[in-house]
Ligand binder design. Sequence first.
Ligand SMILES: Nc1ncnc2c1ncn2[C@@H]1O[C@H](COP(=O)(O)OP(=O)(O)OP(=O)(O)O)[C@@H](O)[C@H]1O
Length: 500
Amino acid sequence: MQFSEVKYRVAVKGTPREILSGISGSASPGEVLAMMGPSGSGKTTLLSMLGGRATAADGCISYNDEPFGKSLKRRIGFVTQDDVLFTHLTVKETLTYAALLRLPRTMTREQKKERAMDIIYELGLERCQDTMIGGSFVRGVSGGERKRVCIGNEIIINPSLLFLDEPTSGLDSTTALRIVQLLHDIAETGKTVITTIHQPSSRLFHKFDKLILLGRGSLLYFGKTAEAMPYFSSIGCNPLIAMNPAEFLLDLANGNTNDVSVPSELDDKVHMENQNLQDTNSKINLRPSAQDVHEYLVDAYEHRVAYKEKKKLLAPLPISDDMKATITSSKREWGTNWCQQYSILFCRGLKERRHDYLSWMRITQVIATSIILGLLWWHSDPTTPKGLQDQAGLLFFIAVFWGFFPVFTAIFTFPQERAMLNKERAADMYKLSAYFLARTTSDLPLDLFLPVIFMVIVYFMAGLKASAMRFFLSMLTVFLSIIAAQVWQSKLVQSYNQCP
Ligand SMILES: Nc1ncnc2c1ncn2[C@@H]1O[C@H](COP(=O)(O)OP(=O)(O)OP(=O)(O)O)[C@@H](O)[C@H]1O
């Protein structure tokens, strides 16, 4: 993968702001490329563009000399910074559903399940395979285990290109090392791995083959990790005390020169500025400002390394015609057919949402409402015109209540699923129509369970046991209200149909 002069701009309050200013580099099969830089330096933005999740304002990104195409989606694994997983599924269920949806049709269902189990063992998740993922309201697996599940979700398809956004953040050094070792092993099988990383330990730092150092959206270094320290030494920046190279590079990228030797050009600049300050009796600076350090590093890279690296990027890659045809093909390859996608998504939807739909809070809410209604219409008499009018009012209330109740549930549960829908659709896991139908139909049995309890209570308390026909008609009203609610919900899904 090669990228040259990649730029990214956003408009902040109408003013264009440059997030990335001309980043160039490359990563080859068998290599792990790490992107380092202070928070807000543009690592995630660059990774999203390289992974085809965002479009660059300027510049060129190519994969085996071809631009990003739909067929590439299934060859790319992308682990986002935020863990996007279903909270109520277990580790094993999560990876099994991913395997069933993503692995190619040529594999049988059993083989796909076996692959999920292999990943569980490979990532050391066997002890928590039956534990729920969990989230803000449900206690589940630990942060490190959740991160490993996210990685497993992507490596399960054996991607040619694997992108990871801060896979080791918040993990202890041993677990972090284990994950980086895993990335190394994946790269050794001929894959390309690109990861952003925050403050790695020195042991981790040396595991990366190539390094990109970003500072304020500019490239401060791109090249072999082993050559980073000699390069900075050659431009006059050396650590004055023994320190982790990653810490030293991050300090430099932040413009912090404490415990770092400063090149003579920067020293001269500080002296000149101090002379001007003495004239105005202002406070004297002892160290160069962060802005000066940044400008010096960008300038040094531009003059000493950039030209050489850009020349390397211009050299054509030797690629076979078969490979070229696969990359340029605009045909999407689905891992499963439409019916299989529907049935997998239906089962997954039932498993995930039964916790929300059948929670004690919802059950109590429904039973309490039905008891209140039963008390208000206590043993109403359907033989008089006034009593019949009363019962028509009750039926109207029931229809409205069951029209809105599922809608509110959908409003609260769907936004949580939106991130998942975006992520899975970006990886071409299924068609939107399969998702939509599976979601609507998996909600129906759950939506119908509570109304039945509700209706039974109301009928016995309000004394509406007169005719089976009337019971049937009011159940039909409830059912139609729920269908109307589901159709309304489908509009909600369609409004989110702008994902890639
Ligand atoms: N759409 C946007 N609108 C406004 N600012 C943006 C947008 N996207 C990115 N930025 C800004 O661009 C900068 C780089 O963001 P990015 O998420 O790439 O940083 P990062 O290096 O990954 O940071 P961290 O390590 O904290 O995750 C940040 O200052 C961010 O606020």
